[in-house]
Design a protein. Structure first.
Length: 243
């Protein structure tokens, strides 16, 4: 049978790595960690942790990467789970190829994303948070396929992981398994080379953590970014899979 290629489009400071762990724990899925990261860094020139290692170990040619993502699944697995960052879609990278994938959007309240992002980087733009790109993806997929792509919210997953993941699997025409609720701690060979810089919390985890709301206030100078992202988020949130 033709394998199922799942593309999960997230933004930074989300639970995207935990979700990748969840799918990896199934046993029937091959997972790929942010395959367009090298292209994004080369195009933007941004200085991210492990930039040189990323450029040295990951193909920066988006055409070759896109061909690979649509080709044979490594290891012959039935499912190819592709963890993507929506803000990696920059430059002349088209969106037509995503029609060949089963796409899903992973969103998170922009207040929580922004507060988490600022702990790592005090320079931020709305584009860097990916909400605008996620809405563009949502509209592109719906127009191209005639199907509303599944949207899942991070808080909903953390509050009801089995319910949301079961509903997501149903939308993707895949059987849910309770294996998706727990995983072994540690890093993986399939993690990007940037994992030691970012995946500490996930590496220590063994399953879904309980939702913990943030109580900090957004600094006033970042409120315009928050308000812009909130509009995109609200649009996507209205289409989310509900608990």
């Amino acid at each position: 049978m033709e394998p199922i290629r799942i593309a999960i489009w997230s933004g930074p400071r989300n639970i995207s790595t935990a979700l990748m762990r969840s799918w990896d724990s199934r046993g029937d899925a091959y997972v790929t960690d942010e395959p367009l990261y090298s292209y994004y860094l080369k195009y933007t020139g941004l200085e991210h942790p492990a930039r040189n290692e990323i450029l040295a170990t990951q193909n920066p040619d988006w055409r070759q990467v896109v061909d690979w993502l649509q080709g044979p699944v490594p290891g012959g697995y039935a499912i190819w789970y592709q963890k993507h960052m929506a803000h990696h879609l920059v430059g002349d990278l088209p969106l037509d190829w995503i029609k060949s994938l089963s796409n899903c959007l992973l969103i998170r309240d922009p207040a929580e994303v922004l507060l988490s992002y600022l702990k790592k980087n005090d320079e931020v733009t709305a584009a860097a948070l990916g909400f605008m790109q996620q809405q563009q993806l949502f509209d592109t997929i719906r127009t191209a396929t005639g199907v509303i792509p599944p949207v899942i919210d991070a808080r909903d997953i953390l509050q009801a992981p089995e319910r949301i993941l079961t509903a997501l699997c149903e939308r993707l025409d895949i059987e849910f398994t309770s294996k998706m609720l727990t995983w072994e701690p540690g890093l993986r060979k399939t993690d990007g080379v940037w994992a030691p810089h970012w995946y500490d919390a996930v590496a220590k985890s063994t399953g879904w953590q309980k939702y913990s709301p943030k109580s900090e206030a957004i600094p006033e100078e970042f409120m315009p970014i928050y308000r812009e992202c909130k509009d995109y988020y609200n649009y996507l949130y209205s289409h989310r899979i509900t608990p």
